[in-house]
Design a binder for this molecule. Structure first.
Ligand SMILES: *Cc1c(COP(=O)(O)O)cnc(C)c1O
Length: 909
């Protein structure tokens, strides 16, 4: 890839965070290439010098190659020894790119060096036989200590019995510490000495803007306050980091400062370094521990006779069989040894955990920023039903997005809650919906208030982010709703978004991230003033228009913060399929605790799968120790795909990944943010958009428009799967959805781009050979896919019979009665979709009332719910729908309706 000089310069800056790891690898590759040329006489020394300096200051934020090897490199350059320079550059580059240095001590050797500490490192890296996890510790020290041998001393503390191994990275300023924590994902612990500087010696304007915009680090902080300010800033960026503070002052005084909550331990600096070393190890061990998985492994090793009902347990029924032994061979013995229906003897009960499952859940709560966590082994489909059942009683009103996953709608039928559907903004041209504008939710609440029925609303239930990547401003939604009803419960379905906790960009937009911010806002005395000032401004009875137009501030003294999140851990982290979690942050949880237990008993299997539980435990460990880097990588890959597709001369002729500007109407992007790839957009714009805008786009969810290449979504999905082994999930009429996640690598990008290119070449060849007629047919097809798109139907309304006791202004319904009405065959009839009868009923009545859910896949939301009046809009949409799978619709019979006379007589039971 050819880069302009300007891009080069920009990427050299330490604060060009987005593409940092990839850019780093590229620059090492560049250096090797030019070093090889130099030793072959095909390049001169100054070009090598330029490539070396292009590595830039960010090398200082990584332990490897480290200062010693880097100066070795420089020495060889200056001595003019092209061969040996190239040899070393190749070796270092290979190690940086493959990350082999984490496990291979040879990579750290600098040939002639006899430094004892290095040898010590070499030995310790290898001791113990098996590969020990490697991490880096950030040491923030005064400038004067930079020339000390602190990192060598830390190295000498290593012992063969250590479970992990680490190297220290030393920096001398607040800004460098922040940069290192952002850039270097291997950093897992931070030790802060007092007396370091504020400013980096490097050019870091973007970083300064960022710190200013987020309030993470103010340059005005005095030296005395700086360590705790740094600890807090680091925690806000990477909450999983262990932070240690070494202080010469009275340790008790520092530890007593409320801001010291960010610090895991305060040590007195003259205490032994060994104490620090052991503390750091213990901190990592605390995250590494997986209580349930660890016990399951132990359990599997024990000789246990089972007399419970699970023949497969211990593998005996499989391994001794002539007929099913291949199962044991395929899955391996451990799977069978770890199968058990026991809940004791080292295991625990998922239904009433008191032992290691409870511990595992508590650790997950810590990792995901919740008060408590429930592990669920039947997917988020079940998690959602549990939350609905636990919190919603018959007759309670729930405001929800009609495009919510079907588990919410079914959950409401079971719980008897009354859905008040609010509509997402439509994206008709791509046959998909966006997210629900906050104004619609506020309007529903204000309507209920006008009718004196606000007390009936229990919960607001939204999907964050949506399938297509629309992220809510979770904090603003909750604050404004709480300003209208201070004890409202929120359920955020973050089925896709669990990973977002580990990105500092995305975290504020998660349920738990926002809840934490609201919580600390509530504690700030200024918040009451803000609230009272707004109240004074609004006057006694502000008009509805004013309330809708104002960003409402809730009364911090009144709020009951009750936030629930469900996530399909298996969709975005390393859990086995169906592994899911419910996160709870609810000050009034104790009032619903027994209901929650009932909901778990109702929905959870009494035979939960041990492997699933273990995988949830392990997924948490991974995210706490490497989630930050993995998520950053997933984002970086997504940005690279966006860039490559949209700027490739041939690919961009037929395909496009939609930017934030295409996915989110401008009215919801008040910060003026256009897209990640818009010229001149920086990290700061991105952060500002994340803080301010009503909706943002998750960069990892990429809508690839394929209609412009003549493919409908389903067809294109099939082509990618069958011919190129590229799997994807969601399609629309003219697009497919690509997702990057924590397992993607840069070769996946290369593969995708090559495939798209091949497809484009195919189209070009076809067009060249097809003559005018072929061209015309292609254009017609594209036009049909891109322009003849069906209008997306809004939710019509519940029939009056199924409105329960709803008021005049609000559209909630009694879906459950209609749903069970459908159980009585005598009360139902079928009308074929493409029939005169259907047209006649639309025109002349009587109104058609759906007896069940009708859910086309894709898009997967109900276009009809029980009790809903079916309108022409919905019929049109269904007739144009070109998907095969429509749940709840039997082609041979037609639409299942409740008979008009039954509806009219209100005799549905
Ligand atoms: C997938 C999904 C669910 C259901 O989760 P499972 O783990 O598949 O049961 C719920 N909500 C949304 C938004 C989803 O995408």
């Amino acid at each position: 890839m050819v880069k302009g000089r300007e891009t080069e310069n920009r990427q050299q800056r330490i604060d060009h965070f987005f593409s940092m790891p990839a850019a780093r690898a590229d620059r090492w590759r560049d250096l090797t290439a030019i070093a090889n040329d130099w030793s072959a006489g095909a390049a001169n020394r100054s070009s090598v010098e330029a490539a070396l300096s292009a590595l830039g200051a960010i090398e200082e934020y990584h332990a490897f190659p480290g200062r010693r090897l880097m100066s070795k490199l420089a020495e060889r350059l200056h001595a003019g020894s092209a061969e040996s320079f190239a040899e070393l550059a190749r070796r270092l580059s290979r190690s940086v790119v493959t990350r082999q240095y984490k496990h291979d001590s040879a990579d750290w050797r600098s040939d002639d060096s006899a430094a004892a500490s290095e040898n010590a490192f070499v030995e310790t890296l290898e001791s113990g036989g098996s590969r020990r996890p490697y991490f880096e510790m950030l040491l923030v020290t005064p400038e004067a200590a930079m020339r000390s041998s602190l990192t060598d001393e830390m190295r000498r503390l290593r012992r063969p019995e250590d479970a992990f191994i680490y190297e220290a990275v030393q920096v001398a300023s607040f800004e460098d510490a922040i940069s290192a924590a952002i850039i270097n994902p291997a950093i897992a612990a931070v030790t802060i000495y007092e007396g370091f500087a504020q400013k980096s010696l490097h050019d870091a304007q973007t970083l300064r803007n960022f710190l200013g915009a987020t309030g993470f680090g103010s340059p005005e902080v005095g030296e005395r306050d700086r360590p705790l300010a740094l600890a807090n800033a680091l925690k806000r960026i990477r909450p999983e980091l262990d932070i240690y503070l070494l202080s010469d002052r009275r340790v008790e005084a520092v530890a007593g400062d409320p801001r010291a909550a960010a610090v895991r331990r305060v040590l007195y600096s003259v205490e032994e370094l060994l104490e620090l070393h052991l503390t750091v190890m213990e901190g990592i061990a605390a995250r590494f521990r997986t209580p349930f998985f660890d016990n399951l492994k132990k359990y599997a090793m024990r000789p246990i006779s089972t007399f419970h009902a699970l023949p497969i347990a211990r593998g005996k029924s499989v391994l001794k069989s002539d007929w099913i032994r291949d199962m044991g061979e395929f899955y391996g013995l451990n799977l069978l040894l770890a199968e058990s229906s026991a809940t004791t003897g080292g295991l625990d009960s998922l239904l009433e955990p008191t032992g290691n499952i409870k511990q595992a859940q508590d650790m997950a709560a810590r990792a995901f920023g919740a008060d408590r966590v429930f592990f669920v082994t039947n997917g988020t489909s079940t998690s959602n039903k549990m939350v609905h059942q636990a919190l919603v009683a018959p007759g309670d009103i729930v405001i929800l997005d009609r495009n919510c996953h079907k588990s919410h709608h079914y959950g409401l039928v079971l719980a008897g809650g009354q859905p008040l559907y609010v509509e997402a903004f439509p994206m008709t041209e791509y046959s998909m919906y966006g997210a629900v504008p906050l104004a619609s939710v506020k309007k529903a609440l204000l309507d209920l208030k006008d009718e004196g029925r606000l007390d009936r609303v229990k919960m607001v239930d939204l999907t964050n982010c949506t399938f297509d990547g629309h992220i809510y401003n979770t904090r603003r939604v909750m604050e404004e709703c709480l300003a209208i009803k201070p004890d409202l419960i929120f359920l955020w379905d973050e089925a896709w978004f669990g990973f977002a906790r580990f990105s500092p960009f995305l975290r504020t937009r998660t349920a738990m991230g926002a809840a934490a911010e609201i919580e600390s806002w509530m504690r700030d005395p200024k918040s009451v003033e803000d609230y009272e000032r707004q109240q004074a401004g609004l006057g006694k009875s502000p008009s509805r228009e004013t309330l809708l137009a104002t960003r409402l501030i809730p009364d911090p003294r009144q709020i009951r913060l009750r936030v629930y999140q469900t996530n399909s851990t298996h969709k975005s982290m390393s859990a086995l399929r169906q592994g899911s979690m419910i996160l709870v942050k609810d000050v009034d949880y104790f009032t619903v605790e027994s209901q929650f237990r009932e909901a778990v008993f109702t929905h959870a299997s009494t035979s939960p799968n041990q492997q699933l539980i273990a995988s949830l435990d392990v997924a948490r460990r991974q995210m706490e120790l490497e989630g930050y880097g993995l998520v950053a990588n997933a984002i970086e890959i997504a940005l690279a795909i966006r860039r490559e597709v949209n700027s490739h001369p041939l690919i961009s002729k037929y395909f496009k990944v939609l930017g934030a500007d295409a996915m989110i109407p401008a009215e919801f992007r008040s910060s003026g943010f256009v897209d990640f790839l818009h010229p001149g957009v920086t990290w700061v714009d991105q952060v500002r958009s994340m803080h301010e805008d009503e909706f943002c786009l998750d960069p990892t969810r990429m809508t690839l428009v394929c209609g412009t290449a003549g493919f409908d979504g389903t067809e294109f999905k099939g082509l990618l799967a069958n011919t190129y082994d590229i799997q994807l999930n969601k399609t629309s009429r003219n697009s497919v959805l690509l997702q990057s996640n924590i397992n993607n690598t840069r070769s996946d990008i290369a593969h995708l781009i090559r495939v798209l290119l091949e497809i484009c070449h195919g189209i070009e060849t076809q067009l060249a050979q097809g003559g005018e007629a072929g061209r015309a047919a292609f254009d017609k097809r594209v036009k049909s896919l891109m322009h003849d798109v069906p209008e997306l139907p809004n939710f019509s309304r519940f029939h009056q019979t199924f409105r329960g006791d709803a008021g005049k202004k609000t559209p909630e319904g009694d879906m459950r009665t209609a749903f069970y009405g459908g159980y009585n065959p005598a009360a139902c009839e079928y009308v074929p979709l493409n029939s005169e009868a259907c047209d006649r009923r639309l025109k002349d009545g009587p109104e058609m009332v759906s007896a069940n859910f009708v859910i086309p896949y894709p898009p997967g939301f109900p276009i009809m719910v029980p009790g809903q009046v079916i309108t022409g809009e919905t019929i049109d949409f269904m007739r144009k729908l070109d998907v095969k799978e429509i749940h709840g619709y039997e082609r041979t019979k037609g639409l299942k309706l409740i008979k008009p006379q039954i509806v009219a007589a209100k005799t549905v039971r």
